[in-house]
Design a protein around this ligand. Sequence first.
Ligand SMILES: *Cc1c(COP(=O)(O)O)cnc(C)c1O
Length: 376
Amino acid sequence: MSTFDSTDAATAGAILTIDLGALVANWRALGARAGAEAGAVVKANAYGIGIEPAVTALARAGCRSFFVAHLSEGIRVRSVAPDAAVYILNGLLPDTCGVYAEHGLSPVLGSHEELLEWASFRQTGAQVRPAALHVDTAMNRLGLWPGEGLNLARERSGVIAAAGIGLVMSHFASSEDEADPANARQIAAFAEIAAAFPDTPASLKNSSGHFLKDCPSYQLTRPGYALYGGNPTPGQANPMQPVIGLEARIIQLREVEPGTQVGYNGRWTAKSRRKLATICLGYADGYPRNASWTDTVTGGSALVGGVICPFVGSVSMDLIIVDVTDAPAGAAVRGASVTLIGGSLDIETVGAGAKTVGYEILTSLGRRYARRYVGL
Ligand SMILES: *Cc1c(COP(=O)(O)O)cnc(C)c1O
């Protein structure tokens, strides 16, 4: 067992396997592709796989820059990566500078107010790491307007110098869609910003950014999703190695006659004689309820003995019912494991079955699974 394993597999209904070797291989592959330093975005508990094991593995492999959303997540990264740069993407909330100083964290400053507050904190003589400056080139979410960024860059002695900026960055709005003209506009807007800060390292690429044509890598990239096996090139073959696998056990089997209604509110009706298996996982484990099948709406599925078997009826809190009529008889037996994520059921397919994106499947991964960390 690895130090980070939780819940004994013998007592859990479902097992989540996390391949830290594949995580590290994906990080190396992205860095090689970029020809620049690859950082790692480990927000949201490292996209669900566990911040401490992910950061420990990546830091040992040589990753020196981590990005999280919240200050609380940054403190967790610091606890296992004492030397790395740790950037807090959500920016500087009022009166938190002391926490940054205490844990050696770096705010990603995205407004004039944030710059001023950080600069005055530094002027008190506080020992802090360099901050990052966020310029918004499309999202209208966080960051300075590009014009504001350019103006501040020209006033070299002003607030930028006082704030101690060690990185300038921007974030893509639709890099997974190569055909979106917004990409070229963002690349051009950020090129101006980077040129205005010639002595400061720059960072633009998220996962999909690594696969965009005509996009410079600058000094540092910020992959998240692709590290965890998500496909950064949707619609094309996934260049990344799968990192997670999810298996749940069959509790009961039954055969139902045509016309039988199944699950809460009888939303699904058998059209012929079907063999059903009830498995040990549900929406309380983070498997979306939107993956329910009804008589009119399609949903998620499981791999049983290598065969794709659709769910039937509503996803319950702790249980899902699967139509195993077409599965090999030996695979659909009491106690057997079925695959929810793995093989042809990759994260994108699971997301599509639940009318969402793979990102949400990852970040919803439940806390009741036995988690097995392998591959290192
Ligand atoms: C989440 C995030 C990333 C990582 O994006 P992926 O698409 O998961 O690679 C990079 N930069 C910023 C600012 C982010 O918020």
